[in-house]
Write a protein that binds this ligand. Sequence first.
Ligand code: 6R9
Length: 655
Amino acid sequence: MNSETKTDAAVYPPSADFAASAHVDADRYAELYKASIEDPEGFWAEEAKRIDWIKPFSTVKDVNFDLGNVSIKWFEEGTLNVAANCIDRHLETRGDQTAIIWEPDEPNDEAQHITYRQLHRSVCKMANILEDMGVRKGDRVVIYLPMIPEAAYAMLACARIGAIHSVVFAGFSPDALGARINGCDAKVVITADFAPRGGKKTALKSNTDKALLHCKDTVKCLMVRRTGEQTTWVDGRDHDYNELAIEADDHSAPVEVGAEDPLFILYTSGSTGQPKGVVHSSGGYLVYTAMTHQMTFDYHEGDIYWCGADVGWVTGHSYILYGPLANGATTLMFEGVPTYPDAGRFWQIVAKHGVNQFYTAPTALRALMGQGNEWVEKHDLSSLKVLGTVGEPINPEAWNWYYKVVGKEKCPIVDTWWQTETGGHLLTPLPGATPLKPGSATKPFFGVQPVVLDPHTGQEIAETKAEGVLCLKDSWPAQMRTVWGDHERFEKTYFSDYKGYYFSGDGCRRDADGDYWITGRVDDVINVSGHRMGTAEIESALVAHEKVAEAAVVGYPHEIKGQGIYAYVTLMSGQEPSEDLRKELEQFVRSEIGPIAKPDLIQWAPGLPKTRSGKIMRRILRKIAEDDYGSLGDTSTLADPSVVDDLIEHRMNRK
Ligand code: 6R9
């Protein structure tokens, strides 16, 4: 690719000033990285001191990546409470410091500054409410909330009583919510009346009502009043948070949990089947997210830090909540979207609260870049010190815009590569240490051993310059431990293709300097606006429609979203394609999964390219969707090669 050759040339070393006051400079990175690989036990035993343990751990790490026996354990026999680490231990020294700045959707509504002391009170109250509803250590609680402080209280309240939370993004449909409540057999679902976002409102309570129709009738619902509007109410099942919080005791003793006890489950899309429940631990997860938050963003005492993600995604878990609060940081939570009421909203918030570190996704940057520089330039962004990106590869144009227009060429950009499964950053520049290259996630974090494997032989490529699939050779403390209720699926998904390694599902290139460039997923996962979608999920939603016989979904390059959703749909015989049906199918997928899964393009396909054994050849569909039908490769194994010509003839116009 030309752009790669071009961008390889641009290198931005850290400024001497920045390096001098940073937690880690280039020499320190080299020294610490070496130590972390040579003596992982010693290294992580030292780093584990970042958090308060109730009982000390006996072993640092006990890991086996061998298929059939995969087992990942860190800090065994150590006990702790995650909420106490994120709140209680800060009370003495920073009780009156702001823990969370909450910025509402409407810029004219008042922001909240929640101190560590206030956070403690609210979390204790929520913990008591949940206990009164029957939630105990190890029970699951689903959280389906807007980006409001109560989302943080709910997550931390679960952590406080040792319950396992599973946050479901508020953009997901009732069906998706119901599947997750059932998937983890939750006792309680916490929701709100409505979720305001970008000037619109989602009826979360009504969605929850619909979801609960398909769940056990013992599941209880706790509702937070966000807008105060009328909702339906089921006596006995529904509980009013705002009313209960008035009376609830604001003391609650943190429950002691084991380092390996699950802190949360987060459902994420895979290449096959329904989303899987990624399980994260308590001890290792907290040590790693605290450390990466401090080092990657070069967070210093007193800094105002803002991660613009949603708590429904792993980025919100690790880098709005757990990492920052474990470090006693001030973390900003934003309810809205970057473009409401106008394209200056992000920058207005940065200026208003004096944000020092800002972390967002390339898709947001691309959308804002298209609106013109004046939206950025009219706000005072001089507080910014470090900028971060996550979720997908950042194209050099967006990187340069972020660097020049937003950061005024003085803020390093940390392009952080990681996954729901990894819990925290695995590849990332450290702002005082690493020379930046637009589009490259550069180097491994401490303790992380990336390898590039030849996808055909499964062998590690020893040369520095390499291209292949990205795997990890050994564990790190925040690695996912299992798939909820299905350890076999965990082993099969991540440890069966390349024996002895964790397989990330991403392709990558390593350049002559040893810097990593992620080239995207090599499996059937697509990345739409930084959100992970399994093509299989969208396909099964489409075929659930009575008029659809068959569907195949692939990604295609999309200017703003990174990837768009391209669906090939074969109708049941007797059904005629029409604009109305196209809209109906779009709407159907929205209601089955959520708005983020709505296909951008639907092509009517009288037939799909299949092998003689009936396997759909997605490679070909991907090429057609990419408008790259000159290089379809070998089509001779197709049962009926003529379907390809038909698909090309009727291909859709990319937007
Ligand atoms: C944290 C998060 C994970 C997938 C991952 C990769 C892509 C994430 C990236 C990136 C290139 C980066 N991805 N960060 N690709 N550069 N800096 O996004 O988790 O939602 O599980 O997605 O996202 O393809 O495999 P998740």
